[in-house]
Design a protein around this ligand. Structure first.
Ligand code: NAP
Ligand code: GCO
Length: 264
């Protein structure tokens, strides 16, 4: 019997008070996992805890900035002491800055790289020793369409997500012999707070041009929802994917396969 269950597993999903991380953590809980998550602000951790409770999930929430290596190491040690060794890590926390490259400061570029690429390195490095001791582990990095494609104004984000794809492959290569699988999920365009500015109605009530653009570029002709990512994440977190390693699973409604709707 193929095992998709996460019973008895401890899953850390970073930045999971809401959005994609919250949906993935909810799916993991439905599959039997114990949920641990973090956010930068206590008020968001509290909001997240309440939201999980509303779904009958007793999650463990902590304040931790994933870019702060010292704080992350203390955070992981605290989880291992209070809850147990982490079986599943989802590097979900992320930011984006939509600024034309020549108008973007180096500090702004570095900030995106710090959260979207350096932090997955920092958190994975803190979690892997426990996984080695335990004899198994699952690391899932939340990549992006921008791990494969560029577009105007997202240079830092695309560089980070392209790097995250290669960090995924490198962790898979370096730690596969310890029965640790590291894969990526590449969501398409998903309706969350991060993409809200791209979906805002125009003052005259017509759709945002980017909204129409994505609908034309997606064979499914719709934006994805965070719930669309739950099943793929459970698969990559479960024993059902123990021979899948270094792979980025694109959950994009077919965007990467499609040239885009031909103009009528
Ligand atoms: P979101 O709604 O902006 O949520 C991002 C989460 O990350 C928030 O909880 C945020 O907390 C947290 N976070 C940001 N910086 C952090 C830090 N330094 N330390 C700890 N937590 C931090 O984003 P989303 O749409 O759910 O996206 C989640 C992930 O999926 C990101 O990696 C994103 O790049 C990726 N992704 C999104 C899409 C999409 O279309 N939405 C598509 C592909 C990939 P605060 O609220 O406190 O900042
Ligand atoms: C953007 C969007 C995208 C999505 C996602 C697509 O401005 O282009 O925010 O980057 O967030 O990464 O997979």
């Amino acid at each position: 019997m193929v095992n998709f269950s996460l019973e008895g597993k401890i899953a850390l999903v970073t930045g999971a008070s809401y959005g994609i991380g919250f949906a993935i953590a909810t799916g993991f809980a439905q599959a039997g996992a114990t949920i641990v998550f973090n956010d930068i602000k206590q008020e968001l951790v509290d909001k997240g805890l309440a939201a999980y409770k509303e779904l009958g999930i007793n999650a463990h929430g902590y304040v931790c900035d994933v870019t702060d290596e010292k704080a992350v190491n203390a955070f992981i040690a605290q989880i291992e002491k209070e809850i147990g060794t982490i079986d599943i890590l989802v590097n979900n926390a992320g930011i984006i800055k939509r600024i034309p490259m020549c108008e973007m400061s180096a500090a702004e570029f570095r900030q995106v790289i710090d959260v979207d690429l350096n932090a997955p390195f920092i958190v994975s490095k803190a979690v892997i020793p426990g996984m080695i001791k335990k004899g198994h582990g699952k690391i899932i990095n939340i990549c992006s369409m921008m791990s494969e494609l560029g577009r105007e104004t997202v240079s830092a984000y695309a560089a980070a997500k392209g790097g995250l794809k290669m960090l995924t492959r490198n962790i898979a290569s370096e730690y596969g012999e310890y029965n640790i699988q590291c894969n990526g999920i590449g969501p398409g365009y998903i309706a969350t707070p991060q993409t809200a500015p791209l979906r805002e109605k125009q003052p005259d009530g017509t759709p945002h041009p980017f909204d129409s653009f994505i609908i034309a570029k997606t064979p499914a002709a719709r934006w994805g929802t965070p719930e669309d990512l739950m099943g793929p994440a459970i698969f990559l977190a479960s024993d059902a994917s123990n021979f899948v390693n270094g792979h980025v699973l694109y959950v994009d409604g077919g965007i990467l396969a499609y040239i885009g709707k031909q103009p009528k």
